[in-house]
Design a protein around this ligand. Structure first.
Ligand code: TEU
Length: 555
């Protein structure tokens, strides 16, 4: 296999809890994924990233791992997992596991032993500060409140950058790091094809543990642990101890609040750290003054400029990015950046084109390929996510009305992405024959996979085509990136170049008609590879309809 085979691949993210329930407990499972492998094969994706299925109390839906070596019975058994791996491989589909090594659940036996006594070796697996009469510092938990929790018995605080139930691991401890590498090898030895590494740029905390200034929203301690002092050292060690021992695996790091400079370091091949990274800057363009829990129309220019500056920066440093609009932590992309009322199909397709044809490896989040929308939950009882429930309380305490808070959650909650996959228009959208763990989106009778497969002009077939094009044209997988038309409001456009091939990608992100002037070099015989509205004739003065997009190739 070519060493950068993953540049020709498309990854599909499965949130197993909401994908398909096979045993009628309202909770998706591994057998459900096996049942749907043919569907995924039909779409044409190459790699599945499955979010955590290890034993977990599920306070944060599996990102709170209590046992790294076992599958949680709610999802099935290890045998089920091995069958899934085998069947997927038979179909030519790879599987990467989600690995959380920044923290464990407080239910993990390491943490339980750490609590028993300060002299236990496990105590040093976590990050503790003694009680000096006040909280160790003012760092905030990403899910609201302080990042420290007091344990009376030990008269100490432990660090949790996420929920109280997610204690941060002490990466300064060699023994802990070895335990983690051993566990990662266990999964790779089973034959999995790599890892998506959760918040992996937060592993190295600055030893000063200083107070942050708290002047701006982001002064919450993050500068002391984001891309921290030893992070590259740790990832190089992880690569040496784990990744380098296996062939053809793929590693993608989820990077919280990172920057281009570090992301180049994480992914430049020569440094031997990771294959690619996710960053989230483009998904903060609807945060008012950096605050997620606010309401704001997204700023198109900011969105485009961020994405394009990452394209240029990563290219200059020979880094590699994961390309994505959505995941299990983000509201649905079509509700956020598209127009679901008048241009459902068109905006869904244009969003897909814009992302898939840039430089990087595209990721599709389950349901995105049929344009699943935010579910518009209208009462707090419908929400399950710990971050949403915490912030519901925090916002009410701040003095917002219940109505205002619900409106914010409708737009911002992570549960927007976590409703069951809408397989058909039947009961519970065909996800389960029992009431699902979280309500199904209201529009499932209309927007569902059965309908999408029947309808030749659906978003599904557009995504299928995008995936296929990546395999056929090296200019998509390996070409260079150049932004164009950057002064035109609402236009998201770029060129890709690879030896004699040039690809022009133009997307109208607005509901207005736009006119662009096509450069002379493109006014020769070429080929439209994909478009929103079917046929498009490339001429000097080209008019674009609302949410119209196309990719045009010349040689
Ligand atoms: O998320 C990390 C993360 O920082 C976010 O995307 C987070 O959900 C967001 O900041 C909240 O506003 C990862 C996982 O993807 C997420 O599901 C987990 O909850 C989190 O790590 C903790 O493991």
């Amino acid at each position: 296999m070519k060493k950068d085979w993953w540049k020709k691949s498309v990854v599909y993210q499965i949130y197993p809890k909401s994908f398909k329930d096979s045993n009628g407990d309202g909770f998706g499972d591994i057998v459900g994924i096996i049942e749907k492998l043919d569907y995924l094969k039909k779409l044409g994706v190459d790699i599945l990233w499955i979010t955590p299925m290890y034993v977990s109390p599920q306070n944060d839906n599996g990102y709170d791992i209590a046992n790294y070596y076992e599958i949680d019975p709610k999802f099935g058994t290890m045998e089920n997992f091995e069958t899934l791996l085998k069947k997927a491989h038979e179909k030519g589909i790879k599987i990467i596991m989600d690995m959380v090594v920044n923290h464990t659940s407080t239910e993990h036996e390491w943490f339980k032993k750490a609590l028993e006594n300060k002299n236990s070796k496990y105590h040093n697996y976590y990050i503790w500060k003694e009680n000096k009469g006040k909280i160790p510092n003012n760092w905030a938990s990403k899910f609201g409140g302080s990042a420290w929790e007091y344990i009376e018995k030990l008269d100490e605080y432990y660090l949790h950058l996420f929920d109280i139930n997610q204690a941060d691991l002490n990466w300064e401890n060699n023994e802990l790091r070895e335990e983690i590498y051993k566990m990662m090898r266990f999964w790779l030895d089973k034959g999995i094809d790599g890892f998506r590494l959760d918040v992996v740029n937060l592993l190295s905390k600055d030893s000063s543990f200083k107070d942050d200034t708290y002047e701006k929203v982001n002064d919450d301690g993050r500068k002391y642990y984001t891309d921290g002092p030893k992070i590259h050292e740790y990832l190089q060690e992880m690569n040496r101890e784990v990744f380098s021992k296996y062939e053809d695996i793929i590693t993608v790091g989820e990077m919280s609040s990172t920057n281009i400079e570090n992301s180049i370091k994480y992914t430049n091949e020569e440094r031997k750290e990771l294959n690619m990274v996710f960053n989230f800057h483009h998904l903060k363009v609807d945060y008012l003054n950096g605050d997620k829990w606010s309401l704001m129309e997204y700023n198109f220019k900011e969105l485009r400029d961020i994405l394009f500056s990452w394209q240029e920066g990563m290219q200059a440093g020979q880094g590699w990015s994961a390309l994505f609009w959505s995941n299990h932590d983000q509201p649905r992309n079509i509700s956020r950046f598209g127009n679901t009322k008048e241009y459902f199909n068109e905006s869904g397709k244009t969003l897909g084109t814009a992302i898939h044809l840039m430089r990087g490896t595209p990721y599709i989040y389950q349901g995105e390929e049929i344009g699943m929308e935010n579910p518009d939950f209208d009462s707090i009882e419908m929400y399950r996510d710990i971050e949403s429930l915490n912030n519901y309380k925090i916002l009410l305490e701040k003095g917002l009305t219940e109505k205002q808070v619900l409106e914010i959650l409708k737009n911002k909650s992570r549960d927007n992405a976590r409703t069951p996959i809408q397989w058909n228009g039947e009961k519970n959208a065909g996800f389960s024959n029992k009431e699902p763990w979280i309500p199904v989106g209201k529009n499932y009778k209309n927007i569902n996979i059965e309908n999408a497969l029947r309808e030749k002009a659906s978003i599904f077939y557009h995504y299928k085509k995008l995936i296929k094009l990546r395999k056929e044209y090296d200019v998509i997988s390996h070409g260079s990136f150049k932004k164009i038309y950057e002064n035109q409001e609402g236009i998201f456009a770029y060129e890709r170049i690879y030896s004699s091939e040039e690809l022009l990608v133009v997307c109208n992100f607005s509901i207005e008609e736009k006119e662009i002037v096509i450069e002379d070099k493109f006014l020769k015989d070429g080929k439209v590879l994909i478009s929103t509205y079917g046929d498009i004739f490339i001429e000097k003065k080209l008019k674009l309809k609302p949410f119209e997009s196309f990719a045009y190739l010349i040689k």
